[in-house]
Design a binder for this molecule. Structure first.
Ligand code: NAD
Length: 427
């Protein structure tokens, strides 16, 4: 599928890369970072682009383009998800890989940043075709992934099934059982309890913490969530369980509003039973567009779908005073400036959605040790990591008198630059 774009307009992936680079530049300036180090961090350690031939169920040969980018392995092996989406580009994967470096650093994980993607609309393929594509992609990137090099995980349109296919491919190709090559695996294949829910739970945790610090009770908080996949649905369910009123949700099929509050468990069940896995046909809700959802009069807006959703074009319509970035890069740099000037609080992606990579780290530790933790242990430790990162970011924001996004980048860039400096430039 071709993604239509205005001539001269930047793609969403390009927007994401540009805003990651401008945040890096701002943090480098605040830290008075060595210009050479700043230049090094604005580049990518390794980029692999692969052609992926796949024989369709009807015998026709199709070819897709795949990417794996490692931004920095200064603090540990690369870590980052794999995205299957028709609008995946090199710039998008690079921007996402860079965010992963800083996300792992802000939460103090001993990991670097990487990301992968295939430009494909998986909904246009059968399950068997997606399996063949996943296995071919895994074989193509195998030379640069591994538990001590780069550990993939799920992202948009990939899930624990995709991770199981990757484990199988690596095991077949190396002759060694290799569950520790990815995270986000099914629990009975060496996955961690609590990994699937970790990102959404982390998003809900930081949202509730912000509300608490502002003296607001969840019961008096109206929330709109854009995107109802892994991150959006778990965020909505966790916030609803804490007492918040989820007044609107959305996915590719559009938006659904219920001013009195949506029954999130019922919406999840509806999407699960729907053959298209969408909210299409959700009963009792008013249909709205995704654009309308972003402009709703709510207390908290959680964009949890794709990047570049709040842009210079629609930021004037956004009314929520608190925006929590469940997705990576949902607010463009220009929109971010406008929101900050207006006094809105934006909780940045590298903090807000870090719960997924924190539990991915726990999964990597468990897979390597072949010793698995109970769910309450995972949840307890997740909260420790999220709370510590959040407190550090808020303290930095105070010290530097800057918004949380800039503070999060200052914490992260300082840690990554520190690791590079201590290791010394090779040779
Ligand atoms: P997913 O594939 O499970 O869900 C994506 C959701 O977004 C789906 O409901 C889809 O219908 C919806 N969507 C797609 N285009 C849309 C549009 N134009 N408008 C509204 N909804 C739209 O993906 P996910 O894993 O939930 O990831 C969502 C975001 O969170 C991505 O930015 C991803 O990088 C980020 N993220 C994911 C994880 C994770 O653990 N899965 C961790 C950190 C960050």
């Amino acid at each position: 599928m071709t993604v239509l774009q205005m001539p001269g307009a930047k793609s969403p992936g390009h927007e994401l890369l540009d805003s990651a680079l401008s945040q890096l530049a701002r943090a480098a300036k605040a830290l008075d970072l060595d210009p050479g180090l700043a230049r090094y961090l604005s580049q990518f350690e390794r980029t692999l682009i692969v052609a992926l031939p796949v024989t369709g169920d009807d015998g026709r040969l199709d070819v897709f383009t795949g990417y794996r980018v490692q931004h920095s392995t200064a603090r540990g092996p690369g870590k980052g998800g794999i995205r299957f989406h028709q609008s995946v580009t090199l710039e998008e994967v690079q921007g996402l890989a860079m965010l992963m470096t800083f996300k792992c650093a802000v939460t103090d994980l001993p990991l670097g940043g990487a990301k992968g993607g295939v430009a494909v609309d998986p909904r246009s393929l059968s399950k068997n075709e997606v399996q063949r594509l996943t296995k071919r992609y895994t074989a193509a990137i195998l030379p640069i992934i591994g538990p001590e090099q780069d550990i993939p995980a799920p992202d948009v349109n990939t899930d624990e099934q995709t991770m199981a296919w990757i484990v199988d491919t690596v095991t077949m190709m190396t002759g060694k059982h290799s569950p520790e090559v990815v995270t986000g695996k099914p629990v009975d294949l060496g996955g961690s309890r609590g990994r699937t829910e970790a990102t959404g739970r982390g998003v809900a945790f930081v949202t509730l913490e912000v509300l608490r610090r502002q003296g607001k009770r969840p019961e008096e908080t109206r929330v709109a969530v854009q995107g109802f996949g892994n991150v959006g649905s778990v965020t909505a369910r966790s916030l609803a369980a804490a007492g918040c009123r989820i007044v609107a949700i959305s996915d590719v099929s559009g938006g659904y509003a219920v001013p009195a509050g949506i029954d999130i468990d019922r919406a999840i069940e509806h999407a699960r039973r729907n053959p298209a896995r969408t909210l299409e046909g959700l009963a009792g809700a008013t249909r709205i567009s995704n654009a309308e959802l972003l402009a709703l009069d709510v207390d908290v807006l959680v964009p949890a779908a794709l990047e570049a959703q709040i842009t210079a074009d629609n930021v004037g319509e956004v009314r929520a005073p608190i925006i929590v970035e469940g997705a990576n890069g949902p607010v463009t740099a220009e929109a971010d400036r406008a929101l900050t000037e207006r006094g809105a609080l934006v909780v940045p992606d590298i903090l807000a959605n870090a719960g997924g990579v924190v539990v991915s780290y726990f999964e990597w530790v468990q897979s390597r040790a072949q010793f698995y933790w109970e769910l309450d242990e995972v949840e307890k430790r997740l909260e420790i990591y999220m709370r510590r990162a959040m407190e550090l970011v808020l303290a930095k924001a105070k010290a530097y008198d800057c918004p949380p996004r800039e503070a999060a980048f200052i914490v992260a860039v300082e840690r990554v630059a520190g690791a590079i400096t201590k290791r010394g430039i090779f040779p």
